[in-house]
Design a protein around this ligand. Structure first.
Ligand SMILES: NC(=O)c1ccc[n+]([C@@H]2O[C@H](COP(=O)([O-])OP(=O)(O)OC[C@H]3O[C@@H](n4cnc5c(N)ncnc54)[C@H](O)[C@@H]3O)[C@@H](O)[C@H]2O)c1
Length: 428
């Protein structure tokens, strides 16, 4: 049976299903190392932007996308027929929560689409974040039913969680170790070999379940530790203790401590969602609640309320009310140096402030105008917009915010990210 391992890289056809934050960097990297790659996505808008050489993902600059097309080994399509003849297909479709429960419909539909094109020797790898058991219990039966072939005998299946951190300039796709797994030892060899070409280190784990759990463990770890810092920040403020100084001091301990910082709340596609995949499964399978996740969700979801209450107090000290105040929010994206505003905590903060009667404007040059909420006035950061606000609130510390200029022109600042330190600044 011929697999990708018996071919040269250029002869191997790689299909990446989903051309989003995870799929596009993966596809482009596979082209860079020598594979022939087809990026497939059902979103016609995204595909036509890519075909016009327009990358909408910050981690894939335009010149990198251009080089991928110029290699002659990269194409993108919204036509399913383009996946035909794949040696390895990687699924990178969304896995949202719907009414608190995992929505695996995108995995199901992309699995049944791919199944029609599976040939003997082909390999399908799932990368979407999901709860343990999805690859073996959900994906494999769909692939077998649609292809009429047997997994582990005629074709191979694996799981490799994505660790991409959009906007991270140090740890990029290629220098971040990647956990790999297969449903059989042979599948693992193919999956490991594939990722060894793409990243500095592939890390094999015994089964797909451990690989699925690894991703949820990593994100739950971050979620819980951020919640711990958020809760400490709330009571430290009341006790008039500088939480940031305590965190920096603790971080000098060379062992047994890892730095996490508080903030206005968590957002994005991972932290507000992934831990709930795990708690949902624990509840479904074992009937227990995953108390750490529930507590962390509760604390992190309430951070926007805390931010609004602190804003109220700062204005109160200046003998103003939230009602009628002009408030300038710096940042809309959920994390610095990214245009991703999915699940951003800035949204509930802006909503609450508007409900309380504030005039709210927001500056964020990273977020695509098409994704900027219509009800939020978008402004540039200028001496006038800064000076015109009763309070400037730093929510997402993008690197292009000119902190000196902000401190010079703002009347008062509330900084939720520990970026400014002058006399006008109150920190979270
Ligand atoms: N964004 C991140 O930082 C990140 C990091 C690690 C893991 N993940 C996980 O990776 C997965 C993908 O996330 P993302 O951020 O890339 O999502 P995304 O929304 O940016 O991209 C997913 C793409 O899949 C496409 N798609 C949906 N159904 C399809 C189908 N049937 N066939 C072809 N294309 C289809 C969508 O149109 C979209 O373009 C999720 O499970 C997510 O949790 C994301």
């Amino acid at each position: 049976m011929e697999t990708a391992r018996n071919k040269t890289l250029a002869e191997s056809k790689i299909v990446v299903v989903g051309q989003g934050y995870v799929g596009l960097p993966l596809a482009v990297r596979a082209v860079e190392v020598g594979y022939s790659v087809t990026g497939y996505d059902i979103d016609q808008g995204r595909i036509s932007r890519l075909q016009n050489g327009d990358s909408f993902i910050e981690d894939v600059p335009q010149d990198v996308l251009k080089a991928a097309f110029e290699s002659g080994r990269f194409s993108v399509s919204d036509q399913l027929s383009a996946v035909e003849g794949f040696d390895i297909a990687v699924i990178t479709v969304p896995t949202p929560l719907r009414d608190g429960a995992p929505d695996l419909s995108y995995i199901e539909s992309s699995g049944s689409d791919l199944a029609r094109f599976i040939r003997p020797g082909a390999t399908v790898i799932l990368e979407s974040t999901t709860y343990p058991g999805t690859t073996e219990e959900l994906l494999v039966p769909i692939l077998e039913a649609g292809s009429g072939l047997k997994s582990g005998v005629d074709f191979h299946v694996g799981y490799s969680p994505e660790r991409i951190d959009p906007g991270n300039l140090v740890y990029r796709f290629e220098n971040t170790p990647k956990v790999v797994s297969g449903t059989t030892p042979e599948a693992l060899v193919i999956v490991e070999d594939f990722y060894n070409h793409l990243v500095t280190q592939a890390v094999p784990v015994p089964t797909t379940r451990e690989a699925e759990l690894t991703k949820l463990l990593e994100n739950t770890f971050r979620h819980v530790n951020i919640a711990l810092m958020n809760e400490m920040a709330m009571f430290a403020a009341e006790l008039d203790i500088d939480i940031w100084a305590a965190i920096e001091a603790a971080n000098t301990k060379p062992f047994g401590f890892m730095k996490f910082t508080p903030g206005p709340g968590v957002g994005g596609h991972c932290l507000p969602i992934d831990p709930s995949y795990l708690s949902w499964q624990v509840k479904q399978s074992l009937g227990h609640s995953f108390r750490f996740v529930e507590l962390a969700n509760d604390i992190n979801e309430h951070m926007p309320d805390h931010v609004v209450s602190r804003i109220g107090r700062i204005l109160n000290d200046a003998e103003r009310s939230i009602k009628g105040s002009k408030l300038l929010l710096l940042g809309l994206a959920y994390k610095p140096n990214s245009g991703d505003s999915r699940e951003t905590p800035v949204r509930p903060i802006a909503d609450q402030l508007q409900e309380l009667g504030a005039h709210v404007s927001c500056a964020d040059s990273w977020v695509d105008p098409a994704h900027f909420p219509a009800d939020l006035e978008r402004v540039e950061v200028t001496a006038e917009t800064l000076a015109g606000a009763d309070l400037v609130i730093m929510l997402t510390n993008h690197r292009d915010f000119d902190l000196e200029m902000i401190e010079t022109h703002a009347k008062a600042i509330f900084d939720t990210r520990n970026t400014m330190f002058g006399p006008k600044v109150t920190r979270l």
